[in-house]
Structures are given as C-alpha cells and as structure tokens.
Design a protein around this ligand. Structure first.
Ligand SMILES: Cc1ncc(COP(=O)(O)O)c(C=O)c1O
Length: 435
C-alpha cells in the first residue's frame, strides 16, 4: 500500500503515515481537512525522470508539463525551475502560469475552441507555441497574429484515428473525437496553414487519451504522423520541424494497476522515431511530450477526516468523509478507483471492508467502494494516494463546498501554497440584487 504513496512517504514507528518528512495526521490537524498534500521532491523527481529518459534516447526532446492536471503558482514555479515547458488549455491557465513568472515563450496553448480574446491574450503575452485545433482556428489565428504583429510557432492538432483503450471520457485520438483535425482533412489544413501569412506552421500534434498503459497507441500514432508528414513534404513542401505526441502516460491508482515505467515509453517512441525518419528520409524533428498525470498524480495525497460511520442493512458499511465529489469528481465522472489508508493506523491489520462516501447530496458521491481498512473510528484521518492530478482542477463549490487547502511538503517542512476557501469566498463574486 505504501508503494502507492509519494516517493518520500514512510510509516513512523507509531504507525503514522509520513509524507515528505511530515506526519500526515499532524498536517491534517494543522491545516484542517480536506487537505491536498504535495510531495515537492516527488514532483521534481518525475520532471527529471521524463527529461532524462527521453533525452537519453532522443536528445532533441522537450518535456511540457500539462498544467490541466493541476496548476497553481507553486507548481508553475517548480516547472520553471526544473526547466520544463508548459501546456495550457485556456486563458485562465495561461494567466496563472504568467502570474507565477513562467516564461511565455516556453508555453504551448491548446484547446478545441479557443476564443479570440484568449488567442489575443496569448499573442500579447508572447506565447511560444499555439496548437491549432481546427481550420477555423488557423484562420482566426492568422487574422489576430497579423493584428498583434506577433507570430508564434504553430502546430496543427491531428486526430490520427488511434484507439487508446482507456475510459471513453478520456480517449481523444480516435476518429469520433471532438478534438483536432481528422486525418482525411489534414492535407487541406496544411495547405491552408502554409498559405496564411500570420501562421508559422512548425509541426503536428496529437494527444491520444489519458491514463494509457501501453506504448502501442504512441507508436501507432507516430507512424501515422510521420508517414503523413512525408506525403505532405512530397506534395506540399511541408517540413515537419516539431512533433508532439501529447500526454497520457498512465499511473497506478491501486495495487492492481500496472503502469509502464517512463523508460518503456522513451525507448519505444524514440526508437521508432529514429528508424522511421531514416527510412522515410525525413530530418529528425524535435519531439515534444506532455505528461500531466504522471508528474503530479502520484505526488499528491488527499487527507480527509472520517465522520459518520454506518452499517447499511444487508449492504456495505459506510464511512463518510468531510470531502468527496466537490474536491474529487473522478470516481463519479469516470469510475476512477482509489485506494484508501488510515493515516494514523498504518501498522494495523485491515479487518473490514468499507465504502468511503463523500458528504455531498448525491448518491453517486462515493469516493471508493470495498476498501479494506483497520477498524475506522469517527475522527480518524483517511489518506488517499495518487490524488495530485485532475482532482483540484475539477473541484467545485457544489453544495457550497469550500475548495480545500493545498500544502507542499519536503524535508520535514510543510508550507501552505493555497489557502482553504472561506464562506466569504463563496459570495465574493455576487453583486447584491444586480445593483
Ligand atoms: C493535449 C493534451 N496534452 C497533455 C495532456 C495530459 O495528459 P495526462 O495528464 O494524461 O498526461 C492532455 C490531457 O488530456 C491533453 O489534452
């Protein structure tokens, strides 16, 4: 079970979970619950691992952290310090990154329906890359780049028609996806982009889905895009300078999961890239990968306090926590599964199967079903590993929930990087009677 927690996690002699040298039960008392705890060393280690493994086999690789997985100013600063590039998918994410001082030239702007205002904001900020999702966007980008007199590098996002074998809500590279230009329409997109004065087309992008556990979707997509680039080179004079295969590198949420090591992706993708570029007589393009979940997911732990405990007649035993779908909607949204531990009883034998229920007014607000725990009492701290990705960014104020506090831990120290919301935050945007 400890293997699911962050790299620096351990268990103290008195059976407490320790993250980054900090006692999890004490963190919960100090900052309150629900609390999201990030192991800073773990985040940095993952950035370095992606850079090292891909760099080893294909030096000309840029690793861009997909900030949709989780972004705040502290994470943006860590990414900057680690020399990462950054993906954003909205003007809002761009604003957070810029406010943390992340250099605009190392940012890639994605999104399937960017507004004029968002594109203008990106151009005026001096963004490095824009990933155009469709022909309409290419034309809008052309107009706006000419107006702003600034031409960022542009990718066209292609939907290569690859099935990534993951939950249908997080698969994006197949032929029915709302994202990207379908392969059949891609020659037209390239022809148009090459004619547009305001569009500096440098490459192709794809993203296949999230929480993938195989290398084949990446290698299939790479082959499709390289062969397509060769055809476009011969027919349209297109030169593929950069290629992005997106993110999606899976992680283990439970002990039954079997995510691949980063090295497997690095060897499979770079090996094929080198082989095919030689075979097709294409210059080796810069490779971009965009891991999100794999960088921050296992680096985060959510801490909750147990409240109501009840045995439903002929059904399961419920343990209710002081959070749930408002801070982690993933189980309700796509059947995500989570392991759960009792942070103050890590050495006790699990002896009962329970269902961890959230506190929100939906029967579907169940964080985890059928987890084995040592006897839980009201007031115990429950720790959920691998909570660093796609929980906080999807958090809501449903039922008037206050979004949780976030702390960074490392070397036995903790620091608050985002305060818990207060009741006054809930009304701070309301305008009295519309006056
Ligand atoms: C374009 C793009 N890049 C990268 C990612 C990151 O994916 P993951 O967090 O699974 O690595 C996503 C996630 O959906 C994405 O849409």
């Amino acid at each position: 079970m400890l293997s699911l927690f962050t790299l620096s996690s351990s268990v103290s002699p008195d059976g407490h979970l320790v993250i980054g040298g900090c006692d999890a039960v004490s963190l919960a008392s100090l900052y309150g619950t629900p609390l999201y705890v990030f192991d800073e060393g773990h985040i940095r280690e993952k950035c370095r691992e992606f850079k090292k493994e891909f760099g080893k086999y294909y030096q000309n690789t840029n690793v861009a952290y997909a900030s949709k997985a989780c972004l705040n100013r502290s994470i943006a600063k860590i990414m900057d310090q680690e020399g990462m590039e950054l993906d954003v998918v909205s003007g809002g994410e761009l604003a957070i990154a810029l406010s943390a001082g992340f250099p605009a030239e190392r940012i890639y702007f994605h999104g399937n329906n960017k507004s004029e205002a968002e594109i203008m904001f990106a151009l005026e900020s001096g963004i490095g890359h824009i990933v155009a999702d469709n022909i309409t966007e290419l034309e809008m980008l052309d107009r706006l780049s000419c107006r702003a007199d600034y031409r960022p590098d542009v990718f066209i996002r292609i939907t290569p028609g690859v099935d990534a074998h993951t939950h249908h809500h997080i698969t994006t590279g197949h032929s029915g996806s709302k994202f990207g230009v379908y392969l059949e329409e891609a020659p037209e997109a390239i022809r148009i982009a090459q004619k547009l004065e305001g569009v500096n087309l440098v490459g192709l992008h794809c993203h296949l889905g999230s929480q993938l556990h195989e290398t084949s979707p990446y290698t299939d997509a790479l082959e499709i895009l390289l062969k397509f680039s060769k055809k476009m080179h011969d027919e349209e004079g297109f030169i593929l300078r950069e290629i992005s295969l997106g993110g999606g590198f899976g992680v283990n949420y439970t002990l039954e999961d079997s995510a691949l090591p980063v090295e497997n992706y690095a060897t499979a993708i770079s090996g094929l890239m080198i082989l095919l570029c030689e075979r097709l007589n294409l210059p080796h393009p810069k490779l971009i990968i965009e891991p999100g979940r794999a960088i921050v997911g296992p680096a985060g732990v959510a801490l909750y306090r147990a409240g109501m405990i009840k045995q439903a007649k002929r059904y399961e035993k419920f343990v209710a926590i002081d959070g749930g779908m408002a801070d982690n909607i993933r189980p309700a949204l796509y059947d995500a599964r989570y392991a759960v531990a009792t942070a103050g009883k890590m050495l006790d034998e699990p002896d009962q199967k329970v269902t961890i229920a959230g506190k929100f007014c939906e029967s579907g607000d169940i964080l985890s079903r059928d987890v084995w725990l040592p006897s839980v009492e009201t007031g115990d701290i429950l720790a959920v590993p691998v909570a660093g990705a796609y929980c906080l960014p999807m958090a809501s104020n449903y039922n008037g929930a206050l979004k949780p506090a976030v702390v960074m831990v490392g070397g036995g120290k903790s620091r608050l990087v985002r305060r818990r919301e207060t009741y006054s935050d809930l009304t701070s945007l309301d305008i009295e009677d519309g006056a």
